[in-house]
Ligand binder design. Structure first.
Ligand SMILES: [Zn+2]
Length: 218
């Protein structure tokens, strides 16, 4: 925790001193990228553990950060190799299920989930996610869950590397929503729609920012 605090402080100094921009002290993003006002946190019907590849965390538009801020019963660990001791401590006595495709993966509408489960979601590109699974034998042993239906990303900024790719916040939103609907928990829909709403705001902000940059160049 102390180490994390020091890193956060260094991050703040980077933004304020070198870039000369105002920083939001809650999310540590420059205020022009901050979405804290848009976030209305809620409890999900199962727990969520985000495993973030180190390349993702400095991005101002990391959608995993938005998931972490939005879902009260979520946690985020950062790294490529995760100590099993740390994973076990984070999971507590919940049953872990890995959101990852594969021949043995179960469709998210076929596996009932509740507060006794934790969904592990890898935040990174497909290559980074594959590397994380490969480097962590504990993850390879977990039951897998995935979407069998084709979903299209609303992400208009970053080019999607592959058909069927979704941002982390969209993946979590779809998983929770489809699962809740399939097992009589549709009353969670309103909460889960907030994930898509905050994602849309993020895209709007990003497009506005790109517009400003383009104008400044003219
Ligand atoms: Zn903020």
């Amino acid at each position: 925790m102390k180490e994390l605090s020091r890193r956060r402080v260094r991050g703040l100094q980077t933004h304020t001193v070198q870039e000369g921009r105002a920083t939001c002290y809650a999310c540590l993003r420059p205020t022009s990228y901050c979405l804290c006002q848009e976030i209305n946190p809620f409890y999900a019907h199962c727990n969520v553990l985000l495993l973030q590849h180190p390349n993702e965390w400095r991005k101002y538009y990391s959608t995993a950060k938005l998931v972490k801020q939005s879902i009260v019963n979520s946690a985020l660990l950062r790294g490529v190799v995760f100590e099993e001791r740390v994973l076990h401590a984070t999971l507590g006595d919940t049953e872990p299920v890995l959101l990852y495709p594969g021949p043995s993966s179960i469709d998210c509408e076929e596996l009932p989930l509740d507060e006794r489960h934790t969904i592990l979601v890898i935040d990174g590109t497909w290559d980074e996610a594959g590397k994380i699974v490969w480097r962590n034998p504990m993850l390879q042993k977990l039951r897998r869950i995935s979407f069998h239906s084709t979903l299209t990303s609303r992400y208009r900024i970053r080019k999607q590397p592959r058909r069927g790719y979704l941002s982390t916040i969209e993946s979590v939103g779809h998983l929770l929503k489809l699962n809740a609907q399939a097992f009589g928990k549709a009353h969670y829909n309103e909460s889960y729609d907030r994930l898509f709403a905050v994602f849309e705001r993020m895209i709007e902000k990003q497009l506005a920012h790109l517009g400003e940059t383009a104008e400044a160049r003219v």
